[in-house]
Design a protein around this ligand. Structure first.
Ligand code: C2O
Ligand code: CU
Length: 498
């Protein structure tokens, strides 16, 4: 009897031991994490993937110096900003489709920086992600970025080092690739952003703010708490330069959202049509009066000026909306005594338009499928985290692909905040709301929404896929599209923090 009991316990312990061993050997525990992309130096280094040569192309050269700047954000009020070439946004870069672009970055700040070319399809080692595609550029050092501007459209550039802070501080600027033969009379870029001018931007990350914030329902509770001033091209309210044009004239207006909050700009009824989203031309979508733009997104519209003194501005019911208003004035008007009005706007989906050129005509057969669940987590002592598949970067599971794979990603947001998910180095296709499809590199996934995206793995490297509310990315919501045949020789560490 005693012997039998002894044997029984032995069996139970042995079974538990086997169970534990099996668990640790399981794919769950063996699964690579996104941060381990450099652990096995097998295959080809991302530095050797493809040569970048100007050939007979015209070369456009620029120099961007990252430095500290006292920036007048509104009349009589300055903020301590970090800038590329002394202004917010940084110097506007304009090139022609097909140009060879060369940008020398000099760092005069006391912290390391990089430049990421948001939306540009380029070789991995030019992508500007510290610890993944390069080492962050140390104070006093320089780095030269080179790429071919293959596709026309609106892009932007920003630091990808400690992005949540550095983009907030002003390290961003516009990049326009003009299409062949494209020359509208008026062509302007407007970069939207939010600032914490009279409050401490970090405050919201404490528990009280989070719990309170996550109760409210529009998906923007955290950003609304954190920032108190909106800007257009680095200026708030009256300090924003009016758009100068005459009645009946048309303009291509390129909007970029460099902030972490969704904005809904209201145009005068019937004055606007969408031209492109994320540098992809859209099918004639009819006249609209609302432009909804998520963090990181770019939207080009064709605007026709009606009567004098029109306004393009944030939805009036949004707090601080008066900061984000662009006046449209004729060249001789000073805008005095103008009665301007904007109306409240309805919400729309990121897929409420269809693209002209598709990546796939029909639903493709896929080689790789990945479920991406976006959720909120809690880290004792640190507060809130933002997770992909219950993990925070760099422990999130990567999307492992081989060149040529067709990849499907099912993204679901079960949380209470918006997550504008942006993929580097590729464009993906997602079904449009009323038929057709949209080609983009960023999809805003609102609470309760799911999207299925498809892309072709046609650009070898290690590419970030992350939430472009960089405060969420900073707290975990990042993964990597990892081509298994290449490796990154760089390391995520104290200096290299995307
Ligand atoms: Cu605007 Cu990781 O990018
Ligand atoms: Cu997010």
């Amino acid at each position: 009897m005693v012997k039998r009991m002894w044997f029984g316990s032995f069996m139970i312990i042995a079974l538990i031991a086997v169970g534990v061993w099996v668990f640790f050997q399981s794919p769950f525990m063996q699964g690579k994490s996104a941060g381990e992309i450099n652990s096995s130096e097998q295959g080809q280094s991302i530095l050797d993937i493809q040569p970048i040569e100007a050939g007979s192309r015209p070369t456009k050269q620029f120099e961007l110096t990252a430095k500290e700047t006292d920036w007048e954000i509104q009349t009589g009020e300055s903020v301590n900003a970090w800038t590329y070439n002394g202004t917010v946004p940084g110097e506007a870069l304009r090139v022609q489709q097909g140009d060879f672009v060369q940008v020398e970055l000099h760092n005069e700040l006391e912290v390391p920086v990089t430049i990421h070319w948001h939306g540009v399809i380029l070789p991995n080692r030019m992508d500007g992600v510290p610890g993944v595609t390069q080492d962050a550029v140390e104070p006093g050092e320089s780095f030269t970025y080179e790429f071919i501007a293959e596709d026309a459209g609106t892009y932007w550039y920003h630091s990808h080092q400690h992005s949540s802070l550095q983009v907030d501080k002003g390290l961003y600027g516009p990049l326009v690739v003009e299409g062949k033969g494209e020359k509208p009379e008026h062509d302007e870029v407007f970069i939207l952003d939010e600032w914490a001018v009279n409050q401490d931007r970090e405050n919201w990350t404490n528990m009280g703010g989070m719990m309170m914030g996550s109760m409210q329902g529009d998906g923007e509770a955290d950003t609304k708490e954190m920032y108190d001033t909106f800007t257009v091209n680095g200026k708030a309210g009256d300090a924003i330069d009016p758009l100068r044009m005459e009645e009946g004239e048309t303009a291509r207006l390129r909007f970029v959202n460099a902030g972490y909050q969704l904005h809904r700009l209201v145009f005068p009824e019937g004055s606007m049509e969408m031209l492109a989203v994320d540098a992809e031309p859209v099918q004639n979508s009819g006249e609209r009066n609302v432009l909804e733009i998520a963090p990181g997104e770019r939207i080009d519209v064709l605007y026709t000026k009606g009567e004098e003194g029109e306004i393009i501005g944030e939805t009036p019911s949004v707090e601080n909306s008066q900061d984000m208003q662009i006046l449209v004035l004729s060249s001789d008007s000073d805008g005095e005594n103008l009665q301007v009005k904007a109306e409240d706007a309805a919400t729309s989906k990121g897929t409420s338009h269809a693209s002209k050129d598709l990546l796939f005509e029909t639903v493709p057969d896929v080689d790789v499928s990945y479920n991406m669940d976006l959720s909120m987590g809690m880290n004792m002592g640190e507060g809130m985290t933002w997770q992909i598949n219950d993990r925070v970067f760099p422990d999130t599971p990567p999307i492992q692909v081989e060149k040529g794979d067709i990849v499907r990603v099912d993204i679901t947001n079960e949380g209470r905040l918006n997550h504008p998910m942006h993929l580097h180095g590729h464009r993906f296709q997602v079904e449009a709301e009323d038929g057709g499809a949209v080609v983009k590199d960023l999809i805003n996934v609102k609470p309760g929404e799911s999207y299925t995206i498809y892309f072709e793995a046609d650009n070898k490297g290690e590419w970030l896929f992350h939430c472009h509310d960089n405060n969420h990315a900073d707290r975990g919501m990042v993964t990597i599209v990892d081509y298994t045949s290449v490796f990154s020789p760089f390391e995520l560490n104290q200096t290299n923090q995307p």
